[in-house]
Design a protein around this ligand. Sequence first.
Ligand code: SF4
Length: 331
Amino acid sequence: MKKKEIIEYLETSEPIELFSTADKVRKEFCGNGVLLRALIEFSNCCNKRCLYCGLNAENQTLPRYRLKKEAIIACVKAAVNDGLKTIVLQSGDDFTYTKDDLCSIVKGIKGLGREIAVTLSLGERSIDDYLSLKDSGADRVLLKFETTNETLYQKLHPGQSLKKRLELLNQLKQIGFQVGTGNIVGLPGQTSEDLAEDILFFKEFQPDMVGIGPFMPQKETTLAKELPPSVDLVLKVMALTRLATKNSHMPSTTALNTLDKSAGHLKGLSSGCNVIMVNYTPISNRKNYRIYDNKNSLNLNQVLDIVKQAGRKVDFSRGDSLKSKDQNKST
Ligand code: SF4
C-alpha cells in the first residue's frame, strides 16, 4: 500500500468493500476465534499531561486510586477462574510503583500459573525496569505512539518526545517482548496524511498487537469541546491496518465501543479485529479510570454475547504473537 492509496481509502473509498476485504484477511491470517484479554486498570495516577486524557496530572477533580498487590492478584484470580489467560496490567505513568513493586506483582501473577501471559501497559519506564520485568516473567508490552506526526505529538504531549517513545518500542522488541503499539484516530489537528503515516508505520514495525481507538473528548481536559471522529473513519483505519499487518492481534477497542455503544464491537469484529478486552478492574475503581468519558467497558457475559452475535467463537488460549511461533511461548 502506498500513502496516496491509503489516503484515498480514508477519504473517498466505499468502506463496505474495504471492511469485507479486511475481514477475509483477518480470517486467513488470524483464524475465526476472538481472543479475550483481562484488563486490570490498577492505578489512575499519572505524571504526564497528555491534553486529551482525563488521567493527566493536572486534573485535580479526578479521585485517584492505586491498587495494592493483593487487590491486583484478587482481580487476576477472578479472570483466571473465568478461563482468561492473558492479564493486561494498565496504569498511568505512575512511578510510585517501583521496579521491585512491579516485579513482585508480575511474579505473584505468574505464581498462579505459568500459562498465564502478562501484558504490561505502564507507559514510559526505563529499559532497565522493563528488563527486570521480563526476568520476572512479563511476556508483552503495550506502548501506543498515538500519532506519528511529530508536531502534533509535541502539541498534545507536553514535555514528551515521539522519538524517545519510538526508540523505546524498538528496544522492547529487541529484548524479546511481544510488543503492541497503536494510535488515536481523530485527534484535533490530525489529517488523513497523518493517519496514512501511522498505518505505514504499522506496516514497517509489524507489531505483535495493534490498538486503534478514536479520540474521545473528556470533560475535564482542555480538549473537552472537540468532537470525536466518525465510526467509519475508525473502522477504515482498523481495516487498512489489518491489510498492512496481516496477522497482528488487533482488539476491537473499548473506545470504539464507546463511540458506537450499540454496535461498536460488532463493527470492529467485521473490519479486521480479532481481540476484545474484558474489564476486571474493581467496579468501585473503574469509574475513575476515565481517560475519556462514559467508557463502555464490558464484563465476560456481555463479551460472550457479542462474539456469538458476530457469528464467531471465543478463543480462551493465551493468544501469543502470530509473528513468530516460538516467541516467548513459555516464559
Ligand atoms: S494518556 Fe497515558 S500518559 Fe498520557 S496522561 Fe493519560 S494515562 Fe498519562
